[in-house]
Write a protein that binds this ligand. Structure first.
Ligand code: AMP
Length: 420
């Protein structure tokens, strides 16, 4: 029986893992420098959490959620996104009592049952930021700036920030009415899902991927024309601060985001090279979410991005990527006594913080040096009977081929050379 990886998932093989480590640690470092702290939640939650927060009629909940029952019949879901779990944890752990402003980031796998294609997976890895505790437009701009600097800092070039405001429940009502009026004469031409959306959530009509529905959506009224005074001022505030921060953006009324909890700011970063799945990251403000998951009404703003698309784009842009790490030193031992000594020596080298390799199943010096070469080790440290008799070793620079004999003790002197 040959087992296969589930469709829409992938293995991160050792040859690629250093790239993942790089983009993950860069995100942790940058978020940390803005004062954000990591929060880690389970990969499964009560299914109701997502139904309540994302909206039961959203595609994510209706079609894409991995649901299961545990042995006691309770219904859970593999998390399709990270914001609702963070909000749940914030409320449950009373993080509002710790500080007025919670600055949080998370990293981890998300799960959506969708048709896999380039840049779209069923298990994918997201990074995200959540700022909870203020409605000030500065914080919308702050989270956007983290994302912007993160992506540019990694070496991406061809990026566009698209910005919109989806208003608040107050202006949403007027907008829904305008949408219904626009769509009513088109009802017969809409897909079955959209006919349901018409009653339930007319704004979802704008998101539909069916070509005929997409065509009708082009001329639909836009939310920006229905913002109330407060929402208009908020949107102008965000734009003003982004300009002060020298972050370029384009207003795109088509950015509506798929989930129910967005209010006011909605944004996406799109990359030119990514084709159909060109959204690199997206987010916005969700002032209603905390209350929906059982907390007080606390305003919040955040974003999430996917590492898979980020890596695809780094490759397409030929952005600098770290080289695969190579051993600082390859320890070669010839003969039984030297090998015994090597067991102590290799340990001491590693304790000193060096990346040191040793392969006792390679017997001859030739085979050991061949392996050192193929691993691109910088130095070979060679010990044999002769060297042990004089308490010395041979240190060979594998790039220049130059070699010299050195005393084995004190080892600190050799370590200093290897670290230089
Ligand atoms: P969303 O949570 O849908 O707003 O998506 C935020 C970001 O997560 C997107 O811009 C993508 O980078 C990434 N993403 C979302 N869904 C997938 C998926 N199925 N496969 C890979 N990346 C995804």
């Amino acid at each position: 029986m040959q087992y296969q990886i589930p469709r829409g998932t992938y293995d991160i093989l050792p040859a690629d893992s250093h790239k993942w480590q790089r983009i993950i640690s860069a995100f942790r470092e940058l978020a940390g420098s803005y004062g954000y702290r990591e929060i880690t939640t389970p990969i499964f939650e009560q299914a109701g959490l997502f139904e309540r927060s994302s909206g039961e009629s959203s595609d994510v909940v209706k079609k894409e959620m991995y649901r299961f029952h545990d042995r006691k019949g309770r219904e859970f879901a593999l998390r399709p996104e990270g914001t609702a779990p963070v909000a749940r944890s914030y409320v449950e752990n009373r993080l509002d009592l710790v500080s007025n402003h919670a600055k949080l980031y998370y990293l981890g796998p998300m799960f959506r049952y969708d048709r896999p294609q380039a840049g779209r997976y069923r298990q994918f890895y997201q990074y995200g930021i959540e700022f909870i505790g203020s409605n000030h437009p500065y914080y919308d701009a702050e989270v956007i700036s983290i994302l912007w600097h993160y992506l540019f800092g990694l070496g991406l070039k061809d990026l566009r920030l698209e910005l919109n405001s989806v208003g608040c429940p107050n202006c949403g009502q007027a907008y829904d009415a305008a949408l219904r009026e626009y769509y009513r004469p088109h009802l017969q031409s809409l897909c079955t899902d959209c006919r349901q959306r018409f009653e339930l959530k007319p704004r979802r009509l704008l998101d539909c991927k069916v070509p005929t529905c997409k065509e009708i959506a082009v001329k639909a009224p836009i939310q920006l024309d229905y913002l109330d005074q407060t929402c208009r001022e908020h949107f102008a505030g965000v734009q003003g601060i982004l300009a002060q921060m020298h972050i370029p953006y384009q207003v795109n009324p088509g950015i509506v985001r798929g989930l129910d909890y967005y209010t006011n700011t909605a944004f996406e970063i799109v990359g030119g090279q990514l084709g159909a799945q060109n959204s690199l990251a997206g987010g916005g403000r969700y002032n209603g979410l905390l209350e929906q998951v059982g907390g007080r009404s606390i305003p919040a703003v955040g974003f999430a991005g996917g590492f898979e698309r980020l890596l695809l784009m780094l490759e397409a842009d030929q952005a600098p990527m770290p080289a695969v790490p190579v051993p600082d030193v390859y320890l070669a031992a010839i003969g039984e006594t030297a090998q015994q000594r090597a067991f102590t020596l290799i340990n001491a080298l590693r304790l000193a913080g060096l990346y040191a390799e040793f392969e006792p199943d390679r017997v001859s010096l030739k085979s050991q040096l061949k392996s050192a070469d193929s691993q691109k080790a910088r130095f070979a440290l060679i010990i044999g009977e002769d060297e042990l008799a004089t308490q010395s070793c041979i240190l060979k620079d594998l790039q220049s081929g130059e070699q010299r004999s050195l005393p084995l003790e004190p080892l600190a002197d050799i370590i200093a050379i290897l670290k230089a």
